[in-house]
Write a protein that binds this ligand. Structure first.
Ligand code: 13P
Ligand code: SF4
Length: 334
């Protein structure tokens, strides 16, 4: 076997193609060449490292990425994000090749809702509809009535009658925030994101004292006590748009640090301060998102692996609640 065949055979263990790249290769130029040659599109989440964002054809939040995946004409979708995002792209595009640079790029929130356990919970509440945050596995999506993201969750909930009983999974923090702003009493699954859960309220408060004019902008996956001090709460795209529209010059950004790249690029004169977590680090990176690198992105495009594959029955069941979400989002102009 050549090195590449060994690396391919090892993907199940490594998660990616673990082969040496010639140090003289211009990865940016090579990735551009591969995009053209293979009719490939790179969709990247805001939490990806800056180099990956700079080679992407589209950078967005989970809703934007799902919408792009639904409408692309490219033959290959290269997903620079985490597994559930690439899986969603595959669910919407069964005939296309969907590549993920590192198959081990998972999500703690998605892991907090194993479908087998959730099924038992759901069966105990047969009169409830299930709204599930897109940060979940295909197995969870297949058990759901409607999927939502942080940018459309409020509208998705409001599209259901006030008296409709709802289970919301898997994020208890987002669920609690949504209960508050919609006045519902959704039953919450006890999941959370490891990145958004560890922001330090004490350190954010100190930053606020040092930067009294700064606006605190936070993702709704954060805990209630952190959201309580935020001037604006929204999805990653929402946070970026707010920072563009606001007249403030300083922002304390309470989400994963990757978003600061686009904020700084779009607002060079403004200052963005990453909110610190409750540990010894100054920034708060998602270890799953950051498994993808420019090298892994190049290799997965060159050799067209690792690739997302899925059982067709599961795909069909998971597609229904995603399509419902996309349909409702369109109705609300989202
Ligand atoms: P959005 O980009 O949709 O706000 O989601 C944030 C997130 O945590 C994705 O993993
Ligand atoms: Fe999952 Fe949180 Fe990482 Fe997003 S930031 S991929 S929700 S662990």
């Amino acid at each position: 076997m050549t090195d590449i065949n060994i690396a391919k055979a090892n993907i199940e263990t490594t998660g990616f193609l673990d082969i040496e790249i010639d140090a003289n290769i211009d990865l940016f130029a090579e990735i551009e060449r591969l995009k053209k040659e293979k009719n490939a599109i790179i969709l990247a989440h805001y939490y990806q490292e800056p180099d990956i964002q700079d080679v992407a054809d589209f950078i967005g939040d989970s809703l934007g990425l799902a919408q792009q995946a639904e409408k692309t004409n490219a033959e290959i979708i290269v997903f620079a994000g985490v597994h559930f995002m690439a899986e969603t792209a595959k669910i919407l595009n069964p005939g296309k090749k969907v590549l993920l640079p590192d198959m081990k790029a998972g999500c703690s929130l998605s892991d907090s809702a194993p479908p087998a356990l959730f099924k038992i919970f759901k069966e105990k509440h047969p009169d409830h509809l299930v709204i599930t945050y897109i940060n979940c596995s295909a197995g969870m999506k297949a058990l759901s009535d409607i999927i939502c993201t942080s940018s459309n969750a409020e509208k998705i909930i409001e599209s259901l009658p006030k008296e409709q009983k709802i289970i919301f999974a898997p994020d208890k923090n987002l669920g609690a925030y949504l209960n508050k702003i919609t006045g519902r009493n959704m039953l919450l699954w006890n999941g959370a994101c490891m990145v958004h859960e560890i922001f330090s309220l004490a350190k954010i408060t100190k930053l606020k004292i040092r930067h009294p004019k700064a606006k605190v902008i936070a993702h709704p996956e954060c805990e209630d006590a952190v959201l309580a001090v935020a001037d604006y709460i929204g999805s990653t795209t929402g946070l970026l748009k707010y920072s563009l529209a606001s007249e403030a010059e300083e922002f304390i950004v309470v989400t994963e640090t990757g978003i600061l790249h686009q904020m700084q690029k779009s607002n060079p004169a403004k200052t963005f301060i990453p909110a610190p977590p409750n540990n010894n680090c100054a920034c708060n990176d998602c270890p799953h998102m950051k498994l993808n690198t420019l090298e892994k992105l190049y290799l997965c495009m060159e050799y067209e692996t690792p690739e997302i594959t899925m059982d067709e029955q599961l795909r069909l069941a998971a597609a229904k609640p995603i399509e419902r979400m996309l349909h409702i989002s369109k109705q609300y102009g989202l």
